[in-house]
Design a protein around this ligand. Structure first.
Ligand code: SAH
Ligand code: SF4
Ligand code: F3S
Length: 461
């Protein structure tokens, strides 16, 4: 052991899978004595775990690298700098050319090799590893120590599937995360058991197309996501299960039935539709129509009537007309979202849509984004207000914002503030929603609230 433990700072951009990978990088380096740094200024190794999905996300890495270069010059410190994640995969050795401050580049499927790559970088090489070694990654992924798990709280991500074979014409993910691959059931169960034993109560299964999961089961045959969920629900201590992101094409009958049967499976579904125009959906290569999507949503709601929906939308895809966009507003209204992510189309290098010569003007994109966001915000408020007076389960996950409060999450991922007497972090408590704030719900334990008359409070959002 050295006099001082080396310090690691990982900054993650992009989706939850990058958050998961960042934790695995910290876990891989923990046996070598690495501890978490408070900031980049304080670190011996800085990892930028990047996202390539839209131009803005990808450009962030270069501005951050500029800041690090300046910090190095000003402080005389010499941390090793690694670029990981989807920009690393997409640009590889180009990054070394463009930014001299970078010591190593590692793609998302090679993060298990980080300790070895750091040794090479320390010796003066500037290694680049962008192999698609996904099976090796899954086999060699570092397991966190129980103390590390507890330090991360009572909710956890668990990657079960990675990569994508769908090739939507706007999207870089099939190129940055490679072909679809699923982890064997036994690996997933072992990891979930480890999390539960360390006190994790809620597990979110991750995959770029998580409902395309087909990992090898103990019987040697592929298991569906539904079958995996039934198995994970048996693990003691696991109170809540979620999965994200699902593709409408891969939601099968078994998965819909799991929403009916499994109390642990939260009634909240993230199901991106991207556009409400069949013409645009076709050009995006989504392989379903607006009507297919709405019928699917109806079926899931039939199975689980309290289900709430979230989604992703892209506005201003090449060739999108005002009437295509109105179809997007119409599908958002018809599906009644509890929340949704909305994006302006961003042309990405190497994707078919970026080559089209009918790109939509940025001003038009902004205006459409604004209109869609206004509708979604309205739906979000309406959904939150519909919960007032209703009984919901809340997973207490952190101390409250103010003394005397404890905070948690609703089944729909909304932050909830409750009186501290409601329980301790890690408990799932039954509560009645009493009020809606701009960013959170207020609730009281169901036992107390029953005594009082129900008061409807106007939303402040
Ligand atoms: N696998 C998921 C989505 C992964 S990317 C799915 O198929 O739904 C997350 C979201 O980013 C997408 O749903 C899409 O809405 C958005 N996105 C992807 N590429 C984009 C691009 N080129 N421009 C704007 N938004 C994009
Ligand atoms: Fe991208 Fe489409 Fe694959 Fe989702 S399904 S990751 S949007 S290519
Ligand atoms: Fe971004 Fe890669 Fe995730 S491009 S959204 S970090 S899969």
């Amino acid at each position: 052991m050295t006099a001082r433990n080396p310090k690691l700072f990982v900054k993650s951009y992009g989706c939850q899978m990058n958050v998961y990978d960042a934790e695995r990088m910290a876990d891989a380096l923990a046996p070598e004595g690495y501890v978490a740094a408070e900031s980049a200024e304080d670190a011996d190794v800085i990892v930028l775990n990047t996202c390539h999905i839209r131009e803005k996300a990808a450009e962030k890495v270069y501005s951050e690298l500029g800041r690090i270069r300046k910090m190095k010059a000003e402080t005389g410190r010499a941390p090793l700098v690694a670029v990981a994640g989807c920009v690393a995969q997409a640009e590889g050795a180009e990054i070394l050319k463009r930014a001299s401050v970078v010591d190593l580049v590692v793609g998302p499927q090679s993060i298990q090799r980080l300790p070895e790559l750091l040794r090479q970088a320390k010796a003066g090489a500037r290694p680049v590893d962008t192999d698609f070694a996904v099976e090796e990654k899954f086999e060699r992924l570092a397991a966190p120590a129980p103390k590390a798990i507890r330090g991360r709280g009572v909710t956890a991500f668990l990657t079960v599937q990675e990569g994508c074979d769908k090739f939507c014409t706007f999207c870089v993910v099939p190129y940055t995360r490679g072909a679809e691959a699923s982890r064997p059931v036994a690996q997933v169960v072992a990891e979930a058991e480890r999390l539960a034993a360390a006190g994790v109560r809620e597990i979110t299964l991750l995959g770029q197309n998580v409902d395309a999961y087909h990992g090898e089961g103990p019987d040697g045959r592929p298991w569906s996501l539904a079958r995996l969920l039934y198995r994970l629900a048996e693990i003691e201590g696991v109170a809540r299960l979620r999965y994200t992101t699902s593709h409408p094409r891969d939601m099968d009958d078994d998965l819909i039935a799991a929403h009916r049967d499994l109390a642990a499976l939260m009634p909240y579904l993230h199901l991106p539709v991207q556009s409400g125009s069949d013409r645009i959906l076709k050009a995006m290569n989504r392989k379903h129509t607006a009507d297919d999507y709405l019928r699917l949503v109806d079926r899931v709601r039939e199975a689980r009537p309290d289900l709430a929906l979230s989604g992703d939308f892209i506005v201003g895809f090449p060739g999108e007309t005002e009437s295509d966009f109105e179809a997007t507003l119409a599908i958002a209204r018809a599906a009644a979202y509890a929340s949704a992510f909305t994006f302006k189309y961003s042309p990405r290098p190497g994707t078919p849509a970026a080559e089209r010569d009918d790109q939509v003007d940025d001003g038009v994109k902004s205006e459409r984004l604004h209109r869609l966001q206004a509708l979604i915000a309205e739906q979000q408020t309406e959904f939150a207000r519909s919960l007032v007076g209703r009984r919901i389960d809340v997973l207490l996950d952190r101390p409250g914002r103010h003394p005397g409060q404890v905070a948690g999450r609703s089944p729909y991922l909304q932050p909830v503030q409750l009186p501290a007497s409601s329980g301790s972090v890690g408990d799932v408590v039954e509560a009645v929603v009493t009020d809606v704030g701009p960013n959170s719900l207020f609730a009281a334990p169901a036992g107390d609230a029953r005594e009082r008359p129900r008061v409807l409070v106007e939303a402040t959002a």
